[in-house]
Ligand binder design. Structure first.
Ligand code: ADP
Ligand code: MG
Length: 236
């Protein structure tokens, strides 16, 4: 069975159908992209999978078990973690303490928490400023802090919601390299991007959402040449 599977997921907010009968699966070790115009339902799909929203209809399976309707912290404990589109670290804590919270949450023993946090800060290249406050960070550094925090929970799959959003080309390239490293470490990655650019290079397979529905799925090449996809973006 796939590592993560959504079956006929629909999420309505009042009269708005944010996602409409979406089915997908993510295999272990895969890097998969989710793209679509603004308001397509991408973030809602991720929030429905991670337990922030309960689906109006449909079911979610992770690691051979149904997780529909489970609480976000329980889903995270099982190994399904998500970065936030808007990064909000604890401002009164150092970078190390922020990441330690993730490690503690992930079930690390007390003695191990700081060590794990330090390792993750090294992995995202922030170890030399581990005692700084988040308020001193650039947007790119904040995104890397968020990645360190999520990795510290020991996830099996990481969902990235527009992790390259708002970054300049150089910062974007750093993040893309970092996601490549995360995949090389054996993790499964599921990435949202608004535009068809950087994350297409990391993704082996891409799904396209438009108006809440999946309209295409294929290799990055197939997707970039798909007329329905191009039209969805032109209509934006
Ligand atoms: P995307 O991430 O693809 O830009 P979203 O998933 O954020 O799209 O939004 C999809 C649709 O659902 C939009 O019309 C948005 O306004 C609506 N929506 C998202 N979250 C909520 C919410 N919590 N309450 C009401 N409407 C929402
Ligand atoms: Mg979004």
């Amino acid at each position: 069975m796939a590592l993560l599977e959504g079956q006929n997921l629909t999420k309505k907010f009042g009269g708005i159908v944010a996602i409409n009968d979406v089915s997908f699966s993510v295999e272990r070790g895969e890097a998969i992209g989710l793209i679509g115009p603004n308001g397509a339902g991408k973030s809602t799909l991720f929030r429905t999978v991670t337990g922030v929203h309960e689906p109006t209809e449909g079911r979610v399976f992770f690691d051979d078990e149904e997780i529909t309707g489970k609480a976000p912290h329980e889903i995270c404990h099982r190994g399904l973690a998500k970065t936030h589109q808007i990064v909000r670290p604890f401002e009164s804590m150092t970078l190390l303490e922020n990441v330690a919270v993730g490690a503690e949450f992930g079930g690390r023993e007390f003695d191990d928490v700081r060590e794990r946090a330090r390792e993750m800060l090294e992995f995202v290249d922030l170890a030399d400023i581990q005692y700084s406050d988040p308020g001193e960070l650039s947007v790119g550094q904040l995104k890397r802090l968020e990645i360190a925090r999520v990795l510290a929970t020991d996830p099996e799959i990481v969902l990235f919601d527009e992790v390259a959003g708002g970054l300049d080309p150089e910062e974007t390239e750093d993040i893309v390299d970092l996601i490549g490293d995360i995949k090389d470490e054996g993790k499964t990655v599921f990435l949202i991007d608004h535009v068809m650019r950087a994350l297409m290079t990391v993704s082996e397979r891409v799904m396209v959402l438009n108006n809440g529905s999946l309209i295409a799925e294929g290799t990055p090449d197939e997707i970039q040449n798909n007329n329905e996809v191009i039209e969805a973006y032109l209509g934006e």
